[in-house]
Design a protein around this ligand. Structure first.
Ligand SMILES: NC(=O)c1ccc[n+]([C@@H]2O[C@H](COP(=O)([O-])OP(=O)(O)OC[C@H]3O[C@@H](n4cnc5c(N)ncnc54)[C@H](OP(=O)(O)O)[C@@H]3O)[C@@H](O)[C@H]2O)c1
Length: 325
């Protein structure tokens, strides 16, 4: 009887079993979907860097919850094509593309001005946009690109939006940081990496700055009804690695993608921790924290240093010419 089963059948079955097990393991490693079904009708949300990756999946979910979502992006063509896709799927027409290049303080100010003309409230601000390990480059104001976009751009944007967040309480700010902050150091004598630029170091510094900013802002916002928390989304297959040498070659990219496939989250799964921090009712009064896998997590020693947080705030104020507090 067994002889009747052909060899290709065994090979085929073994192949399917391996693939099936792979998918089960991948699903297990990448965590659960955020399954709270709350609606966000009439709530206004801004998501930066929303045309791709984690930001795009966050917007898709928020749109399905009936939120009014403003996609703050630098490339309007990419933004519009993502927006159309999300509007068609969610049947929510209140999803908007608005230009906001975080590498230009003028663009950030123009974005805020237009936002305030169009909306009286802001319930959730998701500072998600990011650039990683890019070649040495500067923002329009001469700030090193990773520090300038990932920290300084969001610092300015958030501060300019605090008034609308405060009149919309309870409201939340979510800063998408990274576990990479643990490798980070705030270079007190070379914050702008002018003397020495190492792409990985500059990324880690910018992600550490996200956490120091979160903690200092939480102190300043105590009692206002506006909370602010930071999140590590996990390791997610997005375009974030676009500047890394191995990702510039098709073969290298294919090799890395294949070897790491099981352990790396899809963008949809990567969006879940961000949605949890932005929406979960259990966090109504939680502020100044850093979340990994939907739990408060330990930050690096430097991220706990209040003196550095205050120093960074003062420098960031100076570099953005901001003097609101
Ligand atoms: N993926 C991961 O494994 C991982 C892990 C930890 C933390 N994170 C963090 O997650 C966040 C989202 O990253 P992702 O993984 O989704 O990467 P991604 O796919 O590369 O998306 C990054 C987004 O940021 C935008 N952006 C870059 N520079 C900008 C600028 N100057 N002005 C406005 N928007 C700009 C990009 O726009 P363009 O498409 O126009 O470039 C894109 O929409 C980042 O803060 C990243 O540091 C990611």
């Amino acid at each position: 009887m067994f002889a009747a089963v052909s060899k290709p059948f065994y090979i085929y079955s073994a192949g399917l079993t391996v693939i099936g097990t792979g998918y089960i393991l991948k699903d297990y490693f990448s965590g659960d979907l955020y399954d709270n079904e709350q609606k966000l009708t009439d709530k206004v949300v801004i998501v930066t860097g929303a045309n791709t990756g984690i930001g795009k999946e966050v917007v898709r979910d928020l749109a399905k919850r009936e939120a009014k979502v403003i996609m703050a992006c630098r490339d309007m063509e990419k933004c519009e094509s993502t927006r159309l896709n999300i509007v068609m799927e969610s049947k929510n027409k209140y999803v908007y593309c608005r230009p906001c290049d975080l590498a230009s303080q003028k663009s950030i100010k123009d974005f805020v001005e237009q936002f305030k003309k169009e909306h009286k409230n802001l319930h959730i601000l998701i500072n998600n946009a990011g650039v990683m390990r890019c070649p040495k480059n500067y923002t329009q104001e001469g700030i090193e690109m990773q520090f300038g976009v990932n920290h300084i751009g969001h610092f300015l944007l958030t501060n300019l939006l605090l008034d609308v967040l405060k009149v919309s309480t309870p409201s939340r700010i979510v800063n998408v940081s990274s576990i990479a902050h643990k490798r980070g150091k705030i270079k007190l004598d070379d914050l702008n990496s002018d003397k020495n630029y190492e792409p990985g170091e500059a990324y880690a510094q910018s992600k550490l700055a996200n956490i120091l900013f979160t903690k200092e802002l939480a102190n300043k916002l105590k009692g206002t009804g506006v909370t602010v928390n930071a999140v590590h989304p996990g390791i997610v297959r997005t375009e974030i690695m676009r500047h890394m040498a191995i990702y510039q070659h098709r073969l290298g990219k294919w090799l890395v993608d294949s070897l790491t496939w099981i352990f790396i989250k899809t963008p949809r799964k990567g969006a879940q921790p961000v949605l949890f921090a932005a929406l979960d009712p259990s966090l109504d009064n939680v502020t100044g924290e850093y979340f990994v896998d939907n739990k408060i997590a330990e930050v690096s020693d430097e991220a706990k240093n209040d003196k550095i947080a205050k120093w960074l705030w003062a420098v960031s104020e100076k570099w953005t010419k901001l003097n609101y507090v």
